[in-house]
Design a protein around this ligand. Sequence first.
Ligand code: GLU
Length: 471
Amino acid sequence: MSSHISFFKSVENYVDKAASFTEIPRGLVEQIKVCNLVLQIRFPVRVGNDYQVVEAYRVQHSHHRMPTKGGIRYDESVNQDEVMALAALMTYKCALMDVPFGGAKGGIKINPANYSIEQLQNITRRYTAELVKKNFIGPGIDVPAPDYGTGPREMAWILDTYQALRHGEVDSIGCVTGKPVTQNGIRGRAEATGRGVFYAVRECVSFEEDMKKIGLTKGMAGKTMVVQGLGNVGSNAALISQQEGDVKIIGVSEREGSIYGPNGIDVEKLLAFRKDTGSIIGFPGTEHVGDALAALEIECDILVPAALENQITLGNADRIKTKIIAEAANGPVSADANEVLLKKGIIIIPDFYANAGGVTVSYFEWLKNLSHHRFGRLENRFQHNAFERIVSKVVEMTGKSITEREIEFLTRGGTEVELVNSGLEDTMITAYQQIRETFVQHNQIQDIRTAAFVCSLKKIAGDYISMGIFP
Ligand code: GLU
């Protein structure tokens, strides 16, 4: 994360700082910090008439809860330190959200744009086979999911490979999450991380006293937002913040550069424009203001870095002119830049809370897979009939008339996506309230990130202690 220390080391430093506000024994903190298992694999892939050696990883950071859980990223800059740091963040993320998993992460060091779909499929299937060989995947062992550069398509290939090798295993569909809905996925998973970012920001800006300190009023409506990265997370965070939070998106950046639109950018239209033209540059009503990093320097209320780690560093921290940063990506702010931004009074909603929506809904998907039925299937009709009886009784008692539409609205049960979104919303709100309570109660804790690490650490330490390993 910083130019001086590694990404993993910087996560360790955050944990050490948080641990100093707790009574957790030193040795237990050390155990919590280390990676329990690190797998480094090299395998060949055929490209044309030749072969290429592919470098890949899977790290299981903590076995205090099983299975372990975390995405798989495809990116040219993947390396062991990065995967270890991301796996560690998953542990703290899951604990914070009360998602009962240990943390893990995987990575394949490739640029997916350089491979055909067939080659990507070969690489994904071979990687999965390696994980199976080493007992590094399974519904009770380690459950991958999408991350940067992967999506439902890759998850479907992983599931199919796993099932071919573990034929007849009754819970095999729970070996991976983020699958297409038609392949035992769950509705709402694709947009869950972006939706979670929206709930995180909405919760943060809902406290009048906190907003007053940074010169803002409470509430989302009318606040200006800049989003870096229009991948799955950034595009959904922007879209949902605009549609459900009435936020004004004034800046967006992507690989090709940054655009600024002070009168507001319609995200849905921008996404369609990029699909057609291959670029966000030239979108009507906006000006091109520089490269992919330029948008980070636009003055706004809420800045959402939703690309990769290390985007805000000592190199640009001074020029950041926002009040709130919601870390939709993992590790977008380097450790030294973090200090600069805190001194400027910026509220940073940390990555392992802000982007926890994905793993939260992955947990719902895994529950659905293990229970082998869709949420709501058993109870919806029963609930509908019960509500209908209540409504007709009320109508009878009051003598008031009611329309068919109103009856339908009052009596219907939740659809899968409604249940998923409400479970996600509740989880995000509860976690923020826990973090804020810790922050308010400890007056030496200066920032939300440290407060969030304190919450996670206490829960993980509690698990170890109740296992009897550390009396
Ligand atoms: N890759 C996502 C993350 O970093 C999702 C992980 C999951 O769903 O297991 O949280």
